[in-house]
Design a protein around this ligand. Structure first.
Ligand code: CMP
Length: 149
């Protein structure tokens, strides 16, 4: 099934210089980059993104972490990209994520796990709408337009 998912490289992933590697893994798998922003988000925005976790004891620490520096917010598209994207990312707790996955290769701490990916079609829709309220930039159609005009 053709799908879109929301993927965010968290501040530790940006700070550690993993942006290129992470984008490359999704590109080489065959997924299409449909939107990308390099941004700092504020506390209310981060709280909104993680609103389902607001009762968790780690919630305020999680929000502190996400607002600690710029993040890379992306929309990726492709067949089964929601589930397959989560396989590329690896288990939430880096202690359980397999080597070969992003977290398995680069993370140790659950509280510094480098990357986020939507966990269902419903969260993908909600997260894309929150992070890309104006719709994604579509570089494919603009490149196509530029070549063939
Ligand atoms: P993510 O995939 O962004 O979804 C929710 C996030 O909460 C998760 O990655 C972790 O960054 C964070 N998280 C989940 N469980 C814990 C925990 N026990 N302690 C700290 N952070 C957590």
């Amino acid at each position: 099934k053709m799908e879109q998912t929301f993927i965010m490289i968290k501040p530790d992933g940006v700070q550690r210089g993993l942006v290129g590697d992470i984008i490359s893994r999704f590109e080489k798998k065959g997924f299409y980059l449909k939107g990308l922003k390099f941004i700092n988000v504020d506390r209310p925005f981060a709280e909104k993104h993680y609103e389902d976790l607001s009762a968790k004891p780690f919630f305020s620490g999680l929000v502190d972490y996400i607002i600690s520096g710029p993040v890379v917010a992306m929309i990726w598209e492709g067949k089964n990209v929601i589930l397959t994207g989560r396989k590329i990312i690896g288990a939430t707790n880096p202690a359980e994520s397999a080597p070969g996955t992003i977290r398995g290769d680069y993370a140790i701490e659950i509280g510094r796990n480098i990357i986020h990916g939507s966990d269902s079609a419903e969260s993908a829709r909600k997260e894309i709408a929150l992070w890309f309220p104006d719709g994604p930039a579509n570089w494919q159609s603009s490149v196509h337009h530029w070549i063939y005009e």
